[in-house]
Design a protein around this ligand. Structure first.
Ligand code: C5P
Length: 232
C-alpha cells in the first residue's frame, strides 16, 4: 500500500455509492451496465482506513469496515442517498447510475410472443448527483437576518465522469451542469484503466476548473489520493 492511512478523516462522515444500478424489466430480467464497483469500494476502504465513519451504498453486498446499504434501482439509490445526505461531510457518487428505467415494469415474467421483436419503453431516471448538489437545508441556528439556506450545512459532493473522448472538456462541462464540488474524470477508452480494471488514472476537477492529475496507480492508491485532494 502506497500512502499511509494517517487517520486524517477521523470524525468525518462519508457516503459513497458503488456499482451499476439494476433497472427491472420483469421479476427475472433487468437492464444494467458494466461497472464493477471497484473504484467506489476502494474509496470506502480508503476512507475507513483514514478514520472516517463510512456508509457504502452499493448494488451488491460488500464486506468491509463500513456500513453497507444495498440498493437496486436508481430510484432506490436516490432515496437512500437523499435520506442520509445532510448527516454527511462528503458524498462521493462513484456508482454508474442508469440514465433510464423501464416505463412499465411487468409483474409477471414476460413470455416470448409471436412477434419477432419486443419493444421496451424507457423513461429518464433522476440525476441523483445533480439533484443532491442543488439541495439545501436550513442552518440549525438562524443566519444573520434569520433567512436563507446554508451552503455550509451541505456535504462536499463529488461526482465521477467516465468519458471515451474529450475527457477534460466533457468533465468541465459536467461539473458546471451537475453543480457538484468536484468531478473525478477518467478515460474509459483505455483498456488498461477504469471500468473493471484494478488500476485507474484520473483527473480531479474543482468548481474553479482547477485540474489535478493523478497518475496511473492501483485503485486503492488512487482512492487515497482522491480523498487527500478533497480534504487537503
Ligand atoms: O451524466 P453522467 O452519467 O456521465 O454522470 C456521471 C456522474 O453522475 C456519476 O457521479 C454518477 O454517479 C452520477 N449520476 C447520477 N444519477 C444519474 C446518472 C449519473 O447520480 N441518473
Amino acid at each position: 500500500m502506497g500512502i499511509p492511512a494517517q487517520q486524517k478523516l477521523l470524525g468525518k462522515k462519508i457516503l459513497i455509492t458503488a456499482g451499476g444500478t439494476r433497472e427491472k424489466i420483469d421479476p427475472v430480467r433487468y437492464i444494467t451496465n458494466n461497472s464493477s464497483g471497484k473504484m467506489g469500494i476502494a474509496l470506502a476502504n480508503a476512507s475507513a482506513k483514514m478514520g472516517a465513519d463510512v456508509t457504502l451504498v452499493s448494488t451488491f453486498a460488500v464486506e468491509g469496515n463500513f456500513k453497507n446499504i444495498i440498493t437496486d434501482t436508481a430510484k432506490d439509490m436516490e432515496k437512500v442517498v437523499k435520506a442520509n445526505l445532510f448527516e454527511q461531510d462528503c458524498v462521493i457518487m462513484a456508482a454508474a447510475v442508469s440514465d433510464y428505467r423501464v416505463k412499465n415494469y411487468s409483474e409477471q415474467k414476460i413470455k416470448k410472443g409471436e412477434n419477432e421483436g419486443l419493444t421496451l419503453e424507457l423513461v429518464k431516471n433522476p440525476d441523483i448527483l445533480m439533484e443532491i448538489s442543488a439541495m439545501t437545508t436550513p442552518h440549525p441556528n438562524p443566519l444573520p437576518k434569520g433567512e436563507g439556506d446554508c451552503d455550509l450545512c451541505k456535504p462536499i459532493i463529488v461526482g465521477f465522469c467516465a468519458e471515451s473522448e474529450n475527457l477534460l472538456e466533457n468533465a468541465k462541462t459536467k461539473i458546471k451542469n451537475k453543480g457538484c464540488d468536484y468531478i473525478v474524470a477518467n478515460d474509459i477508452s483505455r483498456k488498461d484503466i477504469g471500468f473493471n480494471s484494478d488500476e485507474n488514472e484520473v483527473y480531479i476537477i474543482d468548481k474553479n476548473l482547477n485540474i489535478n492529475h493523478i497518475e496511473k496507480d492501483s485503485k486503492e492508491n488512487i482512492a487515497f489520493k482522491i480523498l487527500e485532494n478533497i480534504f487537503e
